[in-house]
Design a binder for this molecule. Structure first.
Ligand SMILES: [Zn+2]
Length: 310
């Protein structure tokens, strides 16, 4: 089993059909496209966000559309280098603008944009806040913020949805809130692969500002870690395995329990920010964001509220 897993990963890492360099404010960033199955591609844009696309005889399904219509157009151009089949489906895995601001490009082509009902609701509800927090990204890439058009899903689901396209099945799975209400996992059973929502990043601090339930987040990651897949494609960070998903579930449990204990002992937030120690994870991505996590958890534990959604 482990050997099979390693083989699958080696295949993933060695299949590099195209690489490109673009300029961002003088600094070169690399956008890398990998073929994870004969008909399934994964696009990394390391300083922004990731997407995937499935190509079938009947048309194309896209998962997440990147952080600006120009990046959405770049994604479309990359698909067009491989196929001229129509773009039938776009899936938005969560409400964050870095995964949905390319929607307008695909909407213009008549694609069905689908998301969990909470994702669609929150996209509309916090549109201004999301737009505000994306401004540094637009500036860094010299993108015109005025080109971004809020493009909501035209189709929603509440639990699970299976999309059939060109002889393939794609399963959209909702297991309750993770990092966000609406976090959707997109399974490609034929490729033994899953694209995760914001709920998973490999060895990455989780960002605790949006979740209504760290317990459910741990539970759904445990569910995903038990599923029959070899390749885990996250929305940011490195491609991963089920073991990485288990690691994050364990960290979230530990982080939540640590902060809950501090709150129960009456440790004020200011003190907690200085004394709560997560240095065993100092080599994780976004470790510098641990204060943000502590603050987010204090808010949730003390008030039961998520101020971002106010
Ligand atoms: Zn993101």
């Amino acid at each position: 089993m482990i050997k099979a897993l390693i083989c699958a990963l080696v295949l993933v890492w060695t299949a590099v059909p195209s690489q490109a360099q673009t300029q961002t404010g003088g600094a070169a960033k690399e956008i890398v496209q990998r073929q994870v199955a004969p008909d399934l591609y994964f696009l990394y844009d390391e300083t922004s966000s990731y997407s995937a696309f499935l190509i079938t005889d009947e048309g194309v399904l896209v998962v997440d559309t990147r952080q600006h219509p120009r990046d959405g157009q770049d994604l479309l151009d990359r698909i067009r280098k491989i196929t001229d089949k129509p773009i039938k489906w776009v899936v938005n895995t969560h409400f964050h603008g870095d995964h949905t601001y390319g929607n307008s490009v695909f909407k213009a082509l008549g694609a069905n944009i689908v998301a969990h009902e909470d994702t669609a609701r929150i996209m509309a509800q916090v549109a201004d806040k999301e737009f505000a927090r994306r401004q540094p990204f637009f500036k860094a890439r010299h993108y015109d913020p005025g080109e971004v058009k809020l493009t909501l899903p035209n189709m929603t689901f509440s639990k699970d949805l299976t999309i059939k396209l060109g002889g393939r099945e794609v399963h959209l799975a909702y297991r309750g809130p993770g990092q966000n209400p609406g976090d959707t996992f997109v399974f490609f059973p034929h490729a033994r692969a899953v694209f995760t929502s914001g709920a998973f990043g490999r060895r990455s601090m989780p960002n605790m500002n949006f979740t209504p339930s760290p317990e459910n987040w741990v539970k759904l990651l445990t569910d995903v870690a038990n599923m029959d897949v070899d390749v885990v494609m996250p929305p940011h960070g490195d491609i991963a395995t089920r073991a990485d998903v288990t690691d994050l579930a364990a960290f979230i449990s530990y982080e939540y329990a640590t902060v809950k204990k501090a709150v129960a002992e009456g440790v004020p937030l200011d003190t907690g920010l200085k004394t709560l120690d997560f240095s065993a994870h100092k080599d994780w991505h976004h470790y510098t964001g641990r204060g943000n996590d502590i603050k987010g958890l204090y808010e949730l534990i003390q008030t039961g509220q998520r101020s971002y959604f106010k």
